[in-house]
Design a protein around this ligand. Structure first.
Ligand SMILES: [Zn+2]
Length: 88
């Protein structure tokens, strides 16, 4: 049987492919870690490894900008009519 020869060939084939993947991986601009862009939680997948690095480097997140809303004005908790104590 030649089954063992076939098996021997398949093992070394996988390793270089994974190695090449590692080299092709971009490095995070902030923490310099190699990461997979499609696993990045950052909106800038090719720049940062994660949302936190994006946030830490920019001071804000692109995702936050997309959903940006005006900071709601402080609403007075209970607008109380001034006439409450008038009647007695
Ligand atoms: Zn990072």
């Amino acid at each position: 049987m030649n089954a063992t020869e076939d098996r021997d060939q398949s093992i070394p084939e996988n390793a270089p492919a994974f190695d090449a993947d590692l080299h092709a991986m971009p490095h995070c601009k902030r923490c310099n870690l190699a990461y997979l862009p499609n696993k990045s939680t950052s909106a800038l997948k090719l720049t940062y490894c994660s949302f936190l690095c994006e946030l830490g480097d920019l001071g804000f997140s692109m995702q936050g900008l997309e959903h940006m809303q005006r900071v709601p004005k402080e609403v007075p908790a209970d607008p109380q009519p001034q006439l409450v104590a008038a009647a007695e």
